[in-house]
Design a protein around this ligand. Structure first.
Ligand SMILES: Cc1cc2nc3c(=O)[nH]c(=O)nc-3n(C[C@H](O)[C@H](O)[C@H](O)COP(=O)(O)O)c2cc1C
Length: 183
């Protein structure tokens, strides 16, 4: 697909058909993430590919959290709805450094590196004719999810869902470049 088209047509996909996403497609998306630049080439990303039961379980945990916390007025319920139709879900993690100094100094750069990797993944999904959405709402129950998956020594960054979008989302209104220039 034309690169400009990939950039301008990428949208966060929220509703998917029941068509399968293949293991080869998942691998290609993750591999694209791994090609991203990273601070000092630390490549601070780790991935956990959920199976169908785990995906459903995490979706139910989010619905449950939303029910118990109605006053928080979050987007957690909507996020859980998105997980329902997504074909695959991946949890993304990063390193926790033992040294306090490194944790302080490396963190911001590692988060930036992770953003680069996750955007590569989002763009590769479009290239493959798929859709994806980054889900930070999983962080409301990060500890519960990590305990459920048995993840101990990594920090949860987000969930990432992939599927065949039910329709082509129209372009989202973005801020004008001239309004973003500081000089
Ligand atoms: C760091 C990050 C976290 C996000 N978390 C969520 C989320 O938890 N649930 C959700 O539905 N969308 C989430 N999104 C998607 C945003 O809502 C979406 O990117 C934004 O509305 C712009 O729309 P677009 O991606 O279609 O251009 C997230 C996006 C980013 C970059």
């Amino acid at each position: 697909m034309d690169f400009d088209k990939i950039i301008t047509t990428r949208r966060s996909a929220r509703l998917f058909t029941n068509k399968d996403v293949s293991n080869a497609e998942i691998e290609k998306i993750l591999q694209s993430g791994c090609y991203a630049p990273s601070a000092r080439n630390r490549q601070p990303w780790k991935f956990y590919i959920l199976d169908d039961n785990q995906k459903e379980h995490i979706m139910n945990m989010l619905f449950e959290w939303d029910k118990l916390n109605p006053k928080e007025r979050t987007s957690v319920k909507g996020t859980a709805e998105q997980i329902k139709t997504a074909n695959k879900m991946i949890m993304i993690y990063t390193n926790i450094y033992k040294s306090k100094a490194k944790n302080g100094d490396y963190k911001k750069a590692d988060y930036l590196s992770l953003g680069c990797a996750i955007e590569n993944m989002s763009l590769q999904a479009v290239n493959l004719g798929l859709g994806s959405c980054i889900l930070c709402d999983t962080l409301y129950i990060a500890n519960e999810i990590d305990e459920y998956l048995g993840i101990k020594n990594f920090e949860q960054i987000c969930g990432f869902i992939i599927g065949n979008p039910i329709y082509n989302y129209p372009p989202k209104v973005k801020k004008k470049l001239e309004d973003l220039l500081l000089n």
